[in-house]
Ligand binder design. Structure first.
Ligand code: BMA
Length: 314
């Protein structure tokens, strides 16, 4: 049986996308959301401009690895008068196809002058977007929606930050009848504190993936080291009918910065995915590396589930 750190395999062509693939000049491209649209892989990438603010731009590819066609202009940019909470940029889009709505709902970080907060936007074509605006106040980010209602309610995972300096930041779950109003807030997954790889703060990586055994959750965990933060990834499983119930959580991380493009960049030692897709049994995980470029890693869903379900750590 594959151990936790054997599950994900980096693609040999990594990094699969850098700023050189963009049709306009920018500082960095990273942390993409991903979905399948019109038979292609679509990335909604965070692009950092030379003013230091981020916007979102689409890239499409037939095989999801090469020949990316990047839009000539951003699809979601900050600076609109109607959305002052985006004044410092829009970041880290997580895409969920919601079948009953026949549209994608995107949870992203709007960076306001009062800190980061959670905003939602909808699209049917990744060309025009309908913003719902902020749904959770600052400081909050790393939000991801479930693909369907559970017991009649939409569900969202997110990461509020405690106002007390040094307090760890955990993942919460909230519920909504209409995507506008969120309540029933509950603590779901905690940063594990000193001595662990996910000590200081944790946040959702990708939207939850439905499996017969439960909702598969990938999250990032941060450990503060002498030389700075290290971002790694962990797995957990939530109950299908009651996602506020944690079934299992691995003790070990499953992917951490090792490759040079993950170790060196604008922020060293970061692997930061915002999306994955399932192709047959293969999980394709797209992630930002060192806040500078985009990389791809694959894993077998069957192996992931076997590892998680046979783990005796929690
Ligand atoms: C997090 C987010 C991510 C970023 C990561 C590492 O807090 O802001 O966008 O990739 O830090 O710098």
């Amino acid at each position: 049986m594959a151990g936790p750190t054997d599950l994900f395999h980096r693609h040999p062509d990594n990094p699969i996308l850098t700023v050189r693939a963009l049709p306009y000049a920018a500082g960095a491209v990273f942390n993409p959301g991903v979905t399948e649209a019109d038979g292609e892989t679509l990335l909604l990438m965070r692009v950092e401009g030379f003013d230091g603010r981020s916007h979102l731009t689409c890239a499409r590819s037939r095989d999801g690895i090469k020949d990316w066609r990047v839009d000539a202009a951003p699809v979601l940019s900050p600076g609109l008068k109607a959305y002052p909470e985006e004044a410092w940029g829009v970041e880290d889009a997580r895409i969920t196809w919601i079948r009953e709505r026949a549209e994608w709902v995107i949870a992203y970080t709007a960076y306001s002058e009062c800190g980061p907060l959670v905003s939602l936007a909808m699209t049917r074509d990744f060309r025009s977007f309908r913003r719902l605006g902020p749904v959770l106040p600052p400081e909050n980010k790393d939000a991801a929606l479930f693909p369907r209602r559970i017991s009649g309610r939409y569900c969202m995972l997110h990461r509020p930050v405690p106002a007390i300096p040094g307090f760890p930041a955990h993942i919460w779950i909230s519920f909504s009848p209409d995507l506008h109003t969120w309540g029933g807030h509950r603590l779901l997954l905690t940063a594990r504190g000193p001595g662990s790889w996910d000590a200081a703060k944790i946040g959702m990586a990708t939207p939850p993936l439905e499996t017969p055994a439960g909702w598969l959750i990938l999250y990032h965990g941060v450990r503060r080291m002498g030389a700075g933060d290290v971002y790694r990834l962990g797995l957990a499983l939530l109950d299908l009918d009651d996602p506020s119930h944690l079934i299992r959580r691995l003790d070990h991380w499953v992917l951490g910065p090792e490759a040079p493009y993950e170790r060196m960049g604008d922020t060293p030692n970061v692997v930061f995915p915002c999306g994955w897709i399932l192709v047959g049994d293969e999980i394709r995980l797209y992630y930002g590396a060192a806040d500078s470029c985009i990389a791809l890693a694959g894993a077998s869903l069957e192996e992931v589930m076997t590892c998680l379900l046979n783990d005796s750590s929690s």
